[in-house]
Design a protein around this ligand. Structure first.
Ligand SMILES: Nc1ncnc2c1ncn2[C@@H]1O[C@H](COP(=O)(O)OP(=O)(O)OP(=O)(O)O)[C@@H](O)[C@H]1O
Ligand SMILES: [Mg+2]
Length: 254
């Protein structure tokens, strides 16, 4: 599982984030952008953040370190802003911490990454079906001269159907990915060439380790996924099969 730290101070909300992420100081002297488990988007977006962020890390795509931030209830009690207090009160225990990159600025295309680095991020998004990397919402930061990938909560959409429908692995595996609006598409190396370079690095063992990083508090059992081992195995099955059958999501991409 990810490293766990304890929040010592809620600093401020990051108003630009849709889920009202907040800046938090923790007992390891780190500062984190925290995505709260009680936010309206639900815990599945945290699961997607961990799985996709940890896949990115294993592919050497720059992405901030992730941690579990334990939130003591006293921090919520002393928060003056009512909206924030409600969010903190709804989020006791484990929340997602994203290492804060001080001085980073939003990607605007003026300093694009190399074709290889851009290709890796675009491939990651195609593989995990992450639609959240457009000019309207690039979710890329430029920091120390490199382009960092953040905000992977929208990926792996298949898990949102689990409460009502049994997992349909084939639907995700064969789902094409439209990357025409992808912010890095114009500067990225060809998708299939990138696939041939990166896919062999994601062995089943690597993907199993990635899925094992997700804290159990965020995993949801359902009638057809009755225990946590089955939930993890189902994520793994989706990830392994999509990787093995790339034709649909690589499409006719050059
Ligand atoms: N690790 C970080 N270091 C510095 N700034 C960050 C970091 N993570 C996020 N931010 C800033 O906070 C903003 C919101 O973060 P993020 O996109 O992860 O949240 P979100 O609530 O999922 O947002 P949305 O759904 O609106 O895209 C980012 O656009 C960025 O400006
Ligand atoms: Mg965002």
């Amino acid at each position: 599982m990810l490293e766990t730290v304890t929040a010592v101070r809620y600093v401020s909300p990051l108003r630009e984030g849709g889920s009202l992420p907040g800046l938090v100081e923790a007992d390891d002297l780190g500062t984190y952008v925290v995505k709260f488990s009680g936010a309206g988007q639900g815990r599945k977006v945290l699961v997607a953040e961990v799985i996709v962020g940890e896949i990115a890390r294993r592919l050497d795509i720059p992405t901030p370190r992730l941690a579990v931030v334990d939130l003591p209830s006293a921090i919520a009690r002393y928060e003056a802003d009512e909206e924030v207090q409600d969010l903190l009160t709804a989020s006791p225990g484990h929340n997602l911490g994203v290492d804060f990159l001080p001085g980073a600025f939003g990607y605007d295309g003026s300093r694009p990454p190399t074709a290889q680095d851009a290709g890796a991020i675009r491939w990651l998004d195609a593989y995990t079906a992450n639609v959240d990397r457009t000019w309207a919402n690039p979710n890329l930061l430029v920091w120390h001269g490199r382009t960092w990938a953040i905000d992977h909560g929208a990926a792996l959409w298949f898990h949102h159907a689990w409460p009502s429908r049994p997992p349909d692995v084939g639907r995700f595996v064969g789902q094409p990915f439209d990357d025409s609006g992808h912010v890095l598409a114009p500067v990225a190396a060809p998708l299939r060439e990138t696939h041939d370079r990166l896919a062999p690095r994601l062995t089943a063992d690597v993907l199993r380790d990635v899925v094992a990083e997700v804290p159990e508090q965020w995993l949801e059992t359902t009638a057809s996924l009755p225990d946590l081992d089955t939930v993890r195995a189902t994520y793994l099955e989706h990830l392994v099969l999509r990787l093995e059958q790339p034709d649909a999501w690589l499409g006719g991409a050059a």
